[in-house]
Design a protein around this ligand. Sequence first.
Ligand SMILES: *Cc1c(COP(=O)(O)O)cnc(C)c1O
Length: 462
Amino acid sequence: MGYISTRGGIEPVSFSDAVMMGLATDGGLILPQEIPKIEPSTLNRWRGLSYPELAFEVMRLFVDDIPHDHLRALVERSYSTFQHPKVVPLVKVGDVWVMELFHGPTLAFKDIALQFLGNLFEYLLDRRDTTMNILGATSGDTGSAAIYGVKGKKRMSIFILHPHRRVSPVQEMQMTTVEDPNVFNLAIEGTFDHCQEIVKTIFNDLEFKERFSLGAVNSINWARVLAQVVYYIWGYLRLSDDGAEAVEFTVPTGNFGNIFAGVVAKRMLPEGAINRFVLATNENDILYRFISRGDYSLGKVVPTISPSMDIQIASNFERYLYYLWNQDPKKVREAFEGFKATGKMSFSQEELKRVAEDFASMAVSQEETIETIGSIYRKTGYIVDLHTAVGIKAGVDLRSSFPMICLATAHPCKFPEAVVKATGVEPQRPPAIKSLEGKKRRVTVLPYDVEKVKEFISAHAT
Ligand SMILES: *Cc1c(COP(=O)(O)O)cnc(C)c1O
C-alpha cells in the first residue's frame, strides 16, 4: 500500500515514510492510494476480538512495512495504558449509545491516537537510528495527550507551549506533573494564539528545524487518523452483535480529524453499515454552514465553553474534499489556492447532494450545551462533558431510525464548572487524576518571545 498527497505532488511513499512526513512535502495531506474493503466474512471473524486485537487487524491493512508481530506489540502497548478493561466501552444512555473514548491517561479521545503515535515514533526512530524533538502549542487536550504519548520514550523529547494560567486546572495539572526528563512544559505569558505563533515561527526557521529534527504531532498525521478508524468499526460491531443492521454516529467536531476517520471506516465496511454521520459543531460553525447550505467561508474564531472545537479552518477537511472531488489533486490544489486568496470555497448542487448522503449537521449553542448536560443527568443520572454534549444534542435532534452512537470525547471532570452549573453536582475525578493532586509541578514560565523559546529548546533538546 502506497501513500499519496491530496495535492498530487509526491511519489507514493511507504506507511513509515508517510508517518515521518506528517504533512506532505507539497503542502497537501497524506492518504492511502486505496481504502481496503472489509468482507462480511472477515467482519464476522472480528466479532470476538478485544479492542487491541481489532486495532491490530484494522491497522495491518494499511501498514506495509512493519512486521506484523512488531505492529501487534506496538498496538498492545498503546492500549495497555487505558483504565477500562474494554478500552472503549459503549454505554446505553436514554435511547442513544455513548461510546466512551476517554479512558486513556489524559481522559480525552486524543489518547487513542497519541498513545499509538508515541510508540510508533519511538519504533521508527530506533529503526532509522535517529532522534526527534516534538514541538507544539496547546489550549489543553492535544498537548497533554501528546505529552503522555511521548513521556519516557527513547530518542525523543517534547516541548509543549501553553498559555500561562489559561488552560483548565485539570489539564494544567496533567501536563506539569509529568516527571519524565524528556518532557518540557513552557507556560507562555500570552494567549493560545501567541503560543501558536511562536511554534509557527520556529517551524519556519528551516535551519533550526533541521538542526534539532523538530517534529509535530498535530492531527494531520495519517497514523492518528488510522488509530481512530478502529473505534468506528468497533462501535458498529458491538451494536450489530445486538442485531443492528446499520448505525449512525454523532461526532463533536473541530479539526475534522475524528469524523474523517469515520468516513474512512464507512468506506471500509459493507455498503450501508454506517448510514450517516451527524457532524456537531459549537458556535464555530463553518462545517455546519458547509453541510447545511454549501457555505464554506471563513468566520472569526469565537471562544466557547467547548474549547477543543473552537476552530475555523478544519485541517483534515481537505482529505474529505479529495474524495468528494473524485480524487482529483488538481481540483484540490486550485480550490485551496482560491480559499487562501478569498477565504471561501463553493460547491455544486450535485456535490452538496453527495455531502448530504454522508452527513447531517447542527451548530449547538452554549446554552443548549449546558441544557443538554442537565437534562441527560436528570433523566438518566449520567454526566457528560461539554464537547460530548454538543454531539449528543445534535445526534438526538437529527437521528433517523437507526441506533445512534454518540462519541464521548472527554471525561466530564476536565471542565467541572460547567457540569456543576448544569447538574448541581461535581463530577467525580477518576483515581488516575486524584493521584496527581499535590504533586510537584515541572513548568518553565517564559515571556512571549520566540528567541527565549529557541534558547530553551537549544539547551534541552535530545
Ligand atoms: C480535539 C477534540 C475534539 C475535536 O476533534 P477533531 O478531531 O478536531 O474534530 C472534540 N472534543 C474533544 C474533547 C477534543 O479534545
